[in-house]
Design a protein around this ligand. Structure first.
Ligand SMILES: [Zn+2]
Length: 101
């Protein structure tokens, strides 16, 4: 247990990689549960929460979630509060990193 509480609902959060609890109960990058974070992201409120981890990783997390809902890159970038170009650079960097590892 990470000892942190969710900034959205105030409940304790498990570590983001703790496989002993449900995915939604684990910590997400912005100090919220995955489930709370996804609710905020879906509502377009995620940009109200400052990022806490490496920005590139969180951009990819956001993008993966939004892409699964069939949002275009442009629409996803708007939802995430960033420019289309910034999103495309983040995706490109992420893919480069994956090839290297
Ligand atoms: Zn929560």
């Amino acid at each position: 247990m990470s000892g942190q509480v969710c900034r959205k609902c105030g409940e304790p959060m498990a570590a983001h990689d703790d496989k002993t609890v449900r995915w939604g109960d684990r910590r997400c990058g912005r100090g919220m549960h995955n489930r709370c974070y996804q609710r905020e992201l879906r509502a377009g409120n995620a940009t109200a929460y400052p990022r806490q981890l490496r920005p590139g990783v969180e951009v990819i997390e956001d993008w993966t979630f939004l892409a699964a809902q069939n949002l275009t890159r442009r629409a996803a970038a708007e939802r995430m509060g960033m420019s289309l170009g910034a999103l495309e650079r983040a995706i490109h960097r992420h893919r480069s990193t994956e090839r290297a590892s």
